[in-house]
Design a binder for this molecule. Structure first.
Ligand SMILES: Nc1ncnc2c1ncn2[C@@H]1O[C@H](COP(=O)(O)OP(=O)(O)OP(=O)(O)O)[C@@H](O)[C@H]1O
Ligand SMILES: O=C(O)[C@@H](O)C(=O)CO
Length: 421
């Protein structure tokens, strides 16, 4: 029976959270979509949804269905995972989904904390920073779907919920778990439904996790999950698993990378790959045709596949993305590239690729769906927030190792490092 049941609002975010739990010694399985049958055997089950930018009603309904499936399996605590940059709009979906979960769990209160200090996301006096910049000056203010123009999370979450939002600030967090617990109790008793909790270091996150041991619902990024394995261990529910929690079958087969993320980090990783691996950069503007792009990539890959990864990218800098979007419309442009990359991934697997890195959240969703993957067992971390996983397709298709990389995560050499090259 899983101890922790998690609901993640996108696929790479789900893997990020699972990675944190595995590093804490929990076994973790990521399930794609609302679970239909019995849950897999693991200490933590993470349901990966595509609810971040879905219509609010759909996001709420799917999240509640996931919550019900996790509760029915006997999970002791629910975790709602959203992005470390709090990606959302005034309409949602973080507030409405959290409101629905608070009601379903009848808990009246939940903490909210997206901090991930290792990747530069910190919360101070309720304000979210990315590196040294406020969220609203970090580039996220220009995000095409969820522009983040206000770094004050008390205000941001306040606009998304009919509940009241309070703050547990740095000075209290510095005092440790007991002080944080007390501050959250005071906020709940004074009618707040949420507390944004400051966190600048991993030590803060561990203390917040400890303070929330008895909470029915925790909401946040993957960072605040750091403290949760110790809570279960303290209750005698979680054995010491150490590195065994991250054990996966041995890697085999050909290696490849497919990229659809156009983030600054991914573009840098493609730049590095250009000099260190066989790399194909698709020109989507020149051939805006998914089937044609897939054919071109698979023809190119013929004879190149082996232990050393091939890298195939549709990713492009902002002006090229804007040009394709102007020609096709934003959604159609995204869908075209996602279909092309999914087709390429499928073709690569048919040609013997069994170790595949996918860059980008939406892109990962398209690839995982095309490959018919129903669950991912989480293995060792490659870079902060990105582990290798072992994918088992529904109905017994081809198993393979997959790494789903969030657009903004990973060092410059990620596409080589993932394969030990
Ligand atoms: N050359 C291109 N022109 C237009 N759109 C593109 C191009 N290349 C990729 N895209 C689209 O850009 C979107 C990138 O989103 P995706 O979620 O995959 O990456 P990301 O936002 O960087 O990652 P994450 O969600 O993990 O932060 C996808 O819909 C993809 O199809
Ligand atoms: O929290 C993050 O930044 C990531 O796990 C993510 O959600 C990317 O989409």
């Amino acid at each position: 029976m899983p101890l922790l049941g998690c609901i993640a609002d996108d696929f790479t975010g789900a893997t990020d959270l699972a990675n944190t739990l595995v590093k804490g010694g929990m076994t973790a399985v990521q399930v794609i979509g609302v679970p239909q049958g019995p849950l897999p055997e693991a200490d933590a089950v993470i349901v990966a949804l595509k609810s971040r930018t879905a219509p609010v009603r759909e996001a709420v309904a799917e999240s509640l269905a996931a919550c019900d499936a996790l509760l029915a399996a006997g999970t002791r605590q629910i975790f709602f995972k959203y992005c470390s940059t709090f990606d959302s709009t005034d309409a949602g979906n973080i507030g409405p989904v959290a409101d629905a979960l608070v009601r379903r769990l009848d808990c009246g209160f939940a903490l909210a904390n997206p901090a991930f200090p290792t990747n530069g996301r910190t919360v101070y006096q309720g304000h979210l920073f990315v590196g040294q910049a406020l969220l609203s000056e970090s580039g996220m203010e220009n995000h095409p779907l969820t522009p983040m123009r206000d770094a004050n999370l008390v205000r941001v979450l306040g606009r998304q919920t009919d509940g009241a939002v309070g703050l547990v600030s740095f000075a209290t967090v510095e005092q440790g778990a007991a002080a944080i617990r007390k501050a959250m109790t005071v906020l709940k008793e004074s009618g707040r439904r949420y507390a944004i909790v400051d966190a600048v270091t991993d030590a803060h996150l561990l203390a917040i996790g400890e303070a929330a041991a008895e909470h029915a619902l925790i909401t946040g990024g993957s960072g605040v999950a750091m403290g949760l394995p110790a809570n279960f261990r303290a209750k005698g529910l979680l054995p010491e698993r150490g590195e065994a929690a991250a054990a996966l079958p041995p890697m085999r087969g050909h290696a490849a990378v497919v990229a659809g993320s156009c983030s600054r980090a991914t573009l840098g990783q493609i730049g590095y790959a250009r000099d260190h691996a066989q790399t194909l950069e698709l020109d989507v503007l020149a051939m805006p045709d998914a089937a044609g792009l897939t054919r071109q990539a698979l023809d190119w890959a013929e004879g190149r596949l082996g232990d050393h990864p091939v890298v195939i990218a549709a990713s492009a800098p902002p002006e090229k993305v804007a040009a394709l979007q102007a020609r096709l419309g934003r959604d159609a442009a995204g869908a075209l590239v996602e279909q092309a990359i999914a087709g390429i991934a499928e073709g690569l697997v048919a040609r013997g690729v069994r170790q595949l890195v996918v860059a980008g959240g939406e892109t990962s969703g398209a690839v995982v769906s095309r490959l018919g993957v129903s669950s991912l067992r989480i293995g060792p971390e490659i870079d902060p927030g990105v582990p290798w996983t072992y994918a088992e397709p529904a109905g017994g298709g081809t198993s393979l190792h997959l790494a789903l990389k969030s657009g903004n995560f990973g060092a410059r050499d990620f596409f080589l490092k993932a394969f030990g090259v």
